[in-house]
Design a protein around this ligand. Structure first.
Ligand SMILES: C[S@@+](CC[C@H](N)C(=O)[O-])C[C@H]1O[C@@H](n2cnc3c(N)ncnc32)[C@H](O)[C@@H]1O
Length: 190
């Protein structure tokens, strides 16, 4: 009698626990959407040059890794920067990099998801993500003021025409790298 009652209850418990584990994994918005690969420093310099960064800019790096793009921009141009990095180890790395380079008065690193970023005060956004992630960010890019720039290492954005694309060979890794530049308002691809 007891066994006849227990077995169906056990099955229900297993199914409910399995379903809840699955939904926790799927809903986990704290896991990075793309793995960490740093942009070589000469490619960073080219990205900042293409975006025409000056000291009056506010540069946002979405998925900032070790914070190198913002540290370079702050040191070269004296501009402000904001980095979003969801991975705890990389977030720490970026904080240390900012501190080591004495740009803490200019650069802020946030341990937050890029899809929660309010870009209305960004004048330059830098990216090294994936094409589908760049495309998902379009509604956030559209909050940026006219004339603001977006520059992406390696990947484009679906349905949007870049103003400029550059291919360069990095002296650091001897690989070819693509860089895309867009200006707000974004232009539909033909
Ligand atoms: C390819 S790396 C680029 C790092 C840096 N921007 C650079 O160019 O050197 C992408 C970074 O984005 C972070 N990332 C991925 N998904 C994220 C998300 N949803 N929110 C915040 N950071 C994210 C990863 O942890 C990783 O450090």
């Amino acid at each position: 009698m007891l066994r006849r009652f227990c077995l169906p209850v056990l099955i229900v418990v297993v199914v409910v626990v399995a379903a809840s584990c699955r939904s926790t994994a799927q809903d986990d918005d704290n896991s990075p959407d793309v793995v960490y690969v740093p942009t070589p420093n000469d490619v960073v310099s080219k990205m900042l040059e293409m975006a025409g960064v000056t000291k009056d800019d506010v540069v946002y790096d979405l998925g900032c890794g070790d914070g190198r793009i913002l540290v370079t921009a702050a040191k070269k141009f004296g501009c402000k920067g904001v980095g979003y990095e969801i991975h705890p180890g990389r977030y720490q790395l970026a904080l240390e990099n900012v501190k080591k380079n004495n740009v803490g008065h200019l650069v802020e690193i946030r341990k937050e998801n890029i899809f929660d970023a309010d870009l209305s005060t960004a004048t330059v956004v830098t990216l090294y993500l994936l094409p589908e992630l760049n495309t998902r960010l379009i509604p956030q890019f559209e909050k940026m003021a006219p004339g603001s720039r977006i520059v992406s290492h390696e990947y484009g954005m679906e349905g949007v025409a870049p103003d400029e694309t550059v291919t360069m060979t990095s002296k650091e890794d001897a690989d070819r790298h693509h860089i895309y530049l867009w200006t707000i308002p974004l232009k539909e691809a033909e």
